[in-house]
Design a protein around this ligand. Sequence first.
Ligand code: UDP
Ligand code: MG
Length: 319
Amino acid sequence: MDITVVVPLYNEDESLRELHAWIKRVMDENSFTYEIIFVNDGSTDNSWKVLLDLQSEFPEVHAIRFRRNYGKSPALFCGFERAQGDVVITMDADLQDSPDEIPELRRMIVEDRYDLVSGYKMNRSQGDPLSKTIPTKLFNATARKVSGIGNLHDFNCGLKAYRKEVVKNIEVFGEMHRYIPYLAKEAGFGRIGEKMVHHQARKHGKSKFMGWNRFVNGYLDLITLWFLSTFGKKPMHVFGFLGSIMFMLGFLAVLVVGATKMYCLLRGIPHPLVTSSPYFYIALTTMVLGTQLFVAGFLGEMISRNSQERNKYQIAEEF
Ligand code: UDP
Ligand code: MG
């Protein structure tokens, strides 16, 4: 099978028929063999009914129904698990992404040998309000820096194409759909490309991602990923190191405090109280903090020693 299209959807009944007809037209024009997996993420409208109708008419339509709303990432994850096509395309259900992009996206995977090609929404300004596009720019700049994928302008674009191997080897969870390129890169799929794609205003219904908290969450997720990838497997190297340095500082400060005191005592100079020296407080805080950091690193090591994933590596081939 050439292509699997995975479509996560939450209350999009008005768009589904049109989306399906459009995808089908593009696939037929290019004579691709394909399947479409709709993942109904706990919709409370008629989406499931529409999907049932579609499936009875078209055998290439498949659907998964979540009992409740879990979010876009879990929906993608389940779609990825079932995908069988050599190239997997993800696409939002709201008709903002254009199925006309599919042939070129597939070509970039198959001929240009990309592992992942992410869409870059052109004429975005027509589709979304400023309150969405400006924070998005900031967000993408940070994501580029942290992930080290410098050539992506639009991490969160719903329209993406993957080599099948990629989707079978990454685990999208929580709200990590924003960082799939980062996850892919961490899993060793380094050829990540970008394609300008057409993007239109939402036709029906309204956006499921509104409000400012999505940026806070987005940044927290990015920090999590960054922590996991930089020292998730070696917490002691970071916390133990910081802890040791802190403790040494404290130790030096103690020496200063002790030596001054001794010196004054021996020479019979009237000596100030130990607690009136700034070094006393430096010693106190850094030694306490240092010990805590060290213990944090050690606990981290013990946890990762017990982790299910401690020996999970990406093996590309073996024989
Ligand atoms: N979506 C989903 N589960 C959710 C929220 C959204 O499956 O909990 C789907 C939604 O139906 C759409 C896609 O994810 O197909 C992108 O959502 P939306 O268009 O609302 O996001 P925006 O384009 O505004 O960023
Ligand atoms: Mg949308």
